[in-house]
Design a protein around this ligand. Sequence first.
Ligand code: FAD
Length: 417
Amino acid sequence: MIKNDFKKKKVLVVGAGAAGIMAAIKAAETGAEVTLFEKNERLGKKLGITGKGRCNLTNDCSVKELVANMPGNGKFLFSSLSRLNSQKTQELFTNWGVPLKVERGRRVFPSSDKAADVILALRKRLEELDVKVIYNQRVTALLQADNEIIGLKTSDGVFSGQAVILAAGGSSYPTTGSTGDGYQLAQEIGHQIIPLKPALIPLQTESIYKKDLQGLSLRNVSVSIATESKVLGQEFGEMLFTHFGFSGPVVLTLSRLLLNWNGSSPRYLKIDLKPALSFEQLDLRIQRDFLKFKNRAFKNSLNELLPKSLIPVIIEMSKIDPDKPVHSVTREERLYLIDLLKNLSFRISGTRPLAEAIVTAGGVSTAQIDPKTMESKLIKNLYFAGEVIDIDGFTGGYNLQAAFSTGFTAGYFAAID
Ligand SMILES: Cc1cc2nc3c(=O)[nH]c(=O)nc-3n(C[C@H](O)[C@H](O)[C@H](O)COP(=O)(O)OP(=O)(O)OC[C@H]3O[C@@H](n4cnc5c(N)ncnc54)[C@H](O)[C@@H]3O)c2cc1C
């Protein structure tokens, strides 16, 4: 029999998000004939809204730090993150015509601040490599025979291939196309799905003050999540009050601590409004303000200390008579006020639903995937990439880096024999 060495390996990729596009590019660069199936009418819908439309595509740090910032199975990712690390990812995008910049917290963005530029560059690269992209095509089943992948089924027909890469994303922000199809496709051919939970998710409160605080954004605050007796974690940075409770980078990061919380015991969000000052330093500062405004009513004495919309809330919580002249505020009342400013506490009533999560925790069990190649341990020539896998990271570019790295790895191994 003549060996068909000249024939290219046919690789089918499910999902044109960050992971699937990178997988398709790498498979094509490695020499495969690649078809990319996307159920939307265009590429990278979710990619387009990342980083508030600016796309924080990676974090400029070491592989070890990338792993440490992936609380959901970071160690599983070590090999793929080493194959395509942050610096190599930045090099790729720069070479594809997307100049990059590094911001606070080593977050990497396109210099143009436009996620659309990232998508354009990826589309151009797919075209250069002759990757066939089929839009409006929903993959409905993965086909296997004798535990080896043979192709897939879509809304329009059956496609055969020697390798399939499943990169259908997670189950959050469903309007972007991530509706959880990938979990079902993997489960139908024998894979275990670790229960899905929202990670990086805004938090809700029933606090009577939430309406007053809605829209307030706090910078340089120290926020923690605590039980009645113990602080579970603390972050410094920016947070936002919303109509339902709390959001913003620090809150999203801390929300990971509530992944396994079932609501049976209370959890609190605590804000240190003045983390740069110790209790004593803040006391001195307030005493100075009180001296300066000694004849003012208490309610008019906090203007230089706090944002406007926070003042009535703090005044009410402090239980100090708002009309009392500042000079007659007692020491005890002042110390209570300082405690409030250092430990402003709200009871958390729950997280927002999975559909609103920045990333889905849970997914295809990492125990059933070879971490070196991203190949299924159950079905030969089936590969996984991106959020469909049971992985999740903090904010800061880690999730996209994981998507790119697993896509790159799956693309390479799917394309070679
Ligand atoms: C608002 C928001 C902001 C974010 N910002 C950042 C950020 O700045 N930095 C960062 O690192 N991470 C960010 N993330 C997380 C990051 O976007 C995801 O982790 C990442 O996009 C996952 O990539 P993916 O390719 O695995 O999945 P997706 O990007 O979800 O892509 C999956 C694709 O598969 C397609 N698909 C699904 N099912 C099928 C099917 N049956 N047939 C065909 N196609 C299918 C979908 O339409 C979709 O296009 C953000 C997430 C959100 C929601």
